[in-house]
Each structure stands twice: as C-alpha cells, then as structure tokens.
Design a protein around this ligand. Structure first.
Ligand SMILES: Nc1nc2c([nH]c(=O)n2[C@H]2C[C@H](O)[C@@H](COP(=O)(O)OP(=O)(O)OP(=O)(O)O)O2)c(=O)[nH]1
Length: 141
C-alpha cells in the first residue's frame, strides 16, 4: 500500500507591531490559560474563516487592547512549529491607531524602545533584531 503523508496546514496568525513616532513598540504578556502563559508577544491572534489578514488584525487589536488600527504595513512572515500548534505569523507594522491601549484580557503590557521584556515567544525572538535594524534605518532618513 502506498504510504501517504498528511501535513496539516499551519494556523494563520496576524500580529500587530504598534510603533510610536519615537520607535517604541507595544508588547503584551500572554494571559493565564493560554499556551506559553506569561511569555511576552506582540498583540494579535488567529485569523477567523472568511477574514482578510488586515480584518483579523483590526478585530484582534480591538478585542485585546480596545485600539482601532488605521493602517498596517505587511512586514514579514514567519512559520514556527510549537508542541501545541504549527503557526504562520503575519507581522504588520502599525503607526496609526485610534484609542489608548487598555488591558482588556487582564494582560500586562509595556512600551519598549530596546525590547528588554522576557521571556519572549520563541517565534518572536528573531523579530527583535530585525526590528532594531528597521528602527535604525528609519532613524537615518
Ligand atoms: N499574538 C502573537 N502570537 C504569537 C507571537 N509569536 C508567536 O509565536 N505567536 C503564536 C502563539 C500562538 O500559538 C499563536 C497565537 O494564537 P493565540 O492563541 O494567541 O490566538 P487567539 O488570541 O486567537 O487565541 P484564542 O482565541 O484561541 O484563545 O501565535 C506574537 O508575537 N504575537
């Protein structure tokens, strides 16, 4: 009998990097009850059926932070296999939004220039170095 390999499609996730004019970015701590509770991440979550990536990001940031994003520049895409899930993360840089972030899911959050919060979700760690380079380039303009 022919051997078949079934590979499950990754779970699509959108992630928003809210960036202030001075380059500070917002991170949140994953609430209790989720895998990797206590780890720091950028706000976001899973895309629901029928949603575009931007619609999903807009919804997630309203649900998590009470913030309505007005823009979102697609930045990079990273895949990671965790014990709990295989995820494909779509990162967006958001520079304009309405409202002040609030902790609607009981999570801690922090604006960071040089990102110093720990631990970070494993798939997010390489992003910090890329983000520093992006910030450096923006500083040179
Ligand atoms: N939001 C976010 N998720 C990340 C980052 N890095 C990273 O590996 N992830 C992973 C962790 C999770 O496996 C997945 C996000 O799923 P989630 O469970 O937080 O999504 P959700 O808010 O829709 O959760 P739920 O409704 O199922 O409770 O992406 C990041 O920087 N931000």
């Amino acid at each position: 009998m022919a051997e078949t390999t079934t590979r499950k499609a990754p779970v699509e996730v959108v992630v928003g990097i809210l960036m202030k004019e001075d380059g500070d970015v917002l991170l949140g701590q994953r609430p209790d009850g989720k895998p990797y509770a206590g780890y720091w991440e950028f706000p976001g979550g899973k895309v629901e059926p029928g949603e575009s990536l931007f619609e999903a990001l807009r919804r997630e940031l309203i649900e998590e932070l009470g913030v309505e994003i007005l823009d979102g520049e697609p930045w990079c895409c990273v895949e990671h296999v965790y014990p709990h899930a295989h995820v494909r993360l779509h990162f967006f840089i958001c520079r304009q939004w309405r409202g002040e972030p609030q902790s609607l899911e009981g999570q801690a959050f922090a604006w960071q220039g040089h990102v110093a919060v720990e631990p970070l979700l494993p798939a997010t760690i390489p992003l910090i170095e890329w983000l520093n380079r992006l910030r450096w380039k923006t500083d040179q303009v």
